[in-house]
Design a protein. Sequence first.
Length: 560
Amino acid sequence: MTKMDFTPKLVACMRKYNRQTFLSDLMAGIIVGIVALPLAIAFGIASGVSPEKGIVTAIVAGLAISLFGGSRVQIGGPTGAFIVIIAGIINQYGFQGLTIATLMAGLMLIGFGLLRLGTIIKYIPYPIVVGFTSGIAVTIFTTQVMDLLGMHIADAPGDFVGRWTAYFHHLDTIDWWSAGIGILSVAVIALMPKVSRRIPGSLVAIVLMTVVALLLRQYAGVSSIETIGDRFSISSNLPSAQVPSLSWDVVRNLVAPAMTIAVLGAIESLLSATVADGVIGDHHNSNTELIGQGIANIVSPLFGGIPATGAIARTMTNINNGGRTPIAGVIHAVVLLLIFLLLMPLASYIPMACLAGVLVVVAYGMSGWRSFRALLRNPKSDVTVLVLTFLLTIIFDLTVAIEVGLICACLLFMKRMSETTDVRAVYDEIDLNEDADMERGNLEHLTIPHGVEVYEINGPYFFGAGNRFEDIMGRYGHRPQVRIIRMRKVPFIDSTGLHNLENLCLMSQKEGITIILSGVTDKVNAVLRRNGFPRLLGEENICNHIDLALARARELTGNK
């Protein structure tokens, strides 16, 4: 086993760092910091915490991800994917429970990295990723309708169906001034790329709508537009590190939510890093990235933050503005820190409807409706996993969706893999033109002696292969003296395959039938020897190629 290489990407980048690269990273870091500000505030509020906790997360976790991660350009912080799970944990366990769950998730992420699971996590089935991402997008949109339209609902239900039912019952509470602010915010963000792609539309919308709301309140007497300051007490003081009190009962109850945070964070961060690699022509270290994400999710809750991961939108903003090393991510964190210390009180004037508009646009971007629609044309098994994960996400919660989705994907994977292994019977003679075990010169066929059956396995020998043997053997209708099993195309055999093969050999021995294995590869042969098959079958009945197997069969049956 090779030694684990945990070298943050920052170390490699600093070896050839120069002034030109720094200036490029500086500009990118400043722009990304400005872009991240409204998103951090919006994600914090939507998750059920105060706006400053969203910014603290972007600062602390973003800094840790850039310092210890395995990607050159990854920008980390709070993301929309976590909104649903964070809100659910806070509702059930309080903010203290969220802090503990995030710490546990950080430890799990470090464990994922140390166990080299980075490459495996990237291969989680695409329908599952699209299903729960689209489900999260619908859920985020659902939670923002009330603020977007300025509706007044005393106790809004937490579930999807209940919330929409409440919306329809309270349509008469819509505040049209707030609704106008929210809809205009969406329009500004949507149209801003046509004016300039460098200036973030969310920032323009927040500045513009904040000014509009202040002017309406000051000169038109419109006081119904709710702002952040009306709902939260804004503080610009940096929180001190605090370790939460732990108990076994709390930790045990939070294992499932923590695992959801860890898996979701791992998937999103590695997807973001993979997309970034394709743009800049680099290769991230997925295991180091997971360890960096784990460190970030340990440090963030200690300072009152929430879960964080790699953010695709901010990472692409970093790349598009010239960022090429983790220094850009460090600068982005410093910019957010300065804004937090100097300008945080101004955030109290931002309309809630405007923040809801920002999140509606985020939800639209997350929805991936084109990918969802394209997947509906795929095989029924993929469509089933996609729709099931999507519905479970919006109706129940993300934890259930990921668990059930992964179980379904595993079952479908097992079914497909079992179908890749073909077991067939060979009658009368063997065609050597079909890739024989050895060179045969001009000889094209080998005749199968009387009283001998030949079976060939094509593919891995694991679950399902044993049942295929029973089905095919039943077609012969008579009992042979010898059964030859050709395994030249078996790349590996697992414990289930070993068990099935052992049962087949024992069953055949009880019936007086000799089993001969032919063409066993070195890798499979080593596994068979470790499990005592030479003693079970006899060393002479494990042959290197079909000629020796047929010669042994003739010897046993008395055929010339």
